[in-house]
Design a binder for this molecule. Structure first.
Ligand code: UDP
Length: 247
């Protein structure tokens, strides 16, 4: 797991947005994975997902507060949260101000239609070149057809690990484009689900708001976070023992 921490983006959110804007301008390709404890657990349990996380083409950003705090505890220079939903929103803004092309895959049909309306109203210069809800069987087709359309931005909202695996599988078809797995962001950006109030965001307890609103998440949250906390504590102990032995 330490290799995931070491790979985390360590500058500020603003600096990250500048890097993304630069890559968009220079037509570079980028694959961004937004990391939560669940992301790291998947990496440990699934060797394909591990390869995806550690691949040189993957940029890993600290989405969850659990990742930020644990990284800091283990003395990795991670600054702050950079969330998937903020990133998705920033990409819509950048895409519109630079008249770029976007592709959207994922979420329920109604959610996606609402998101398209939001984009057309609020980001009028962003061109939606392809879209599809996340419940069709053959999602590879989406990417095969997308290749010749050369998107500048591609947001995939299928949940982890499906969204990352799908992007990773097709990434080499594209020379340029910012590809991100954005989880439940379409639900929020479309206005279908409310994001946690600002106070929750500020206090870094956005996760608590999601659990209150969607109690069915509790089991998933508990399993992932407990596993993660135990691993981090073990790593911390090992590190301390190593430091003491080399004194
Ligand atoms: N989703 C989808 N197809 C599926 C399963 C999920 O399009 O087969 C969508 C779902 O509608 C939701 C998103 O993927 O919009 C996952 O959201 P979730 O809140 O679980 O992701 P998180 O933000 O927790 O990673």
């Amino acid at each position: 797991m330490l290799s995931y921490f070491a790979k985390l983006y360590s500058k500020t959110k603003e600096e990250f947005y500048q890097d993304v804007a630069k890559n968009l301008k220079e037509e570079k390709r980028m694959f961004i994975v937004t990391a939560n404890p669940e992301t790291f657990n998947h990496g440990i349990e699934d060797s394909d997902f591990n390869d995806l996380l550690l691949n040189e083409n993957t940029t890993l950003i600290p989405d969850g507060i659990g990742i930020v705090k644990s990284a800091q505890m283990l003395k990795y220079p991670v600054k702050e949260r950079i969330t998937g939903v903020d990133l998705a929103s920033k990409l819509l803004e950048l895409g519109s101000s630079h008249h770029l092309k976007i592709a959207l895959l994922g979420a329920q049909e109604e959610v996606l239609n609402s998101l398209i309306k939001v984009i057309n109203n609020n980001y009028p210069n962003l061109k939606i070149i392809k879209y599809e809800n996340g419940y069709t069987k053959d999602k590879d087709k989406f990417f095969t057809a997308l290749k010749s359309l050369e998107p500048d931005i591609c947001l995939v909202a299928l949940g982890i690990p499906a969204q990352e695996k799908l992007i990773y599988k097709h990434l080499n078809k594209f020379k340029k484009g910012i590809f991100v797995g954005v989880g439940g962001s379409f639900d929020v950006l479309s206005g279908t689900k409310k994001r946690a109030p600002k106070l929750f965001q500020k206090l870094n307890i956005e996760w608590l708001y999601r659990l209150i609103k969607e109690p069915k998440r509790i089991k998933r949250f508990y399993q992932n976070n407990i596993k993660f906390i135990f691993k981090v504590r073990k790593l911390k102990k090992e590190r301390k023992a190593h430091e003491n032995s080399s004194k």
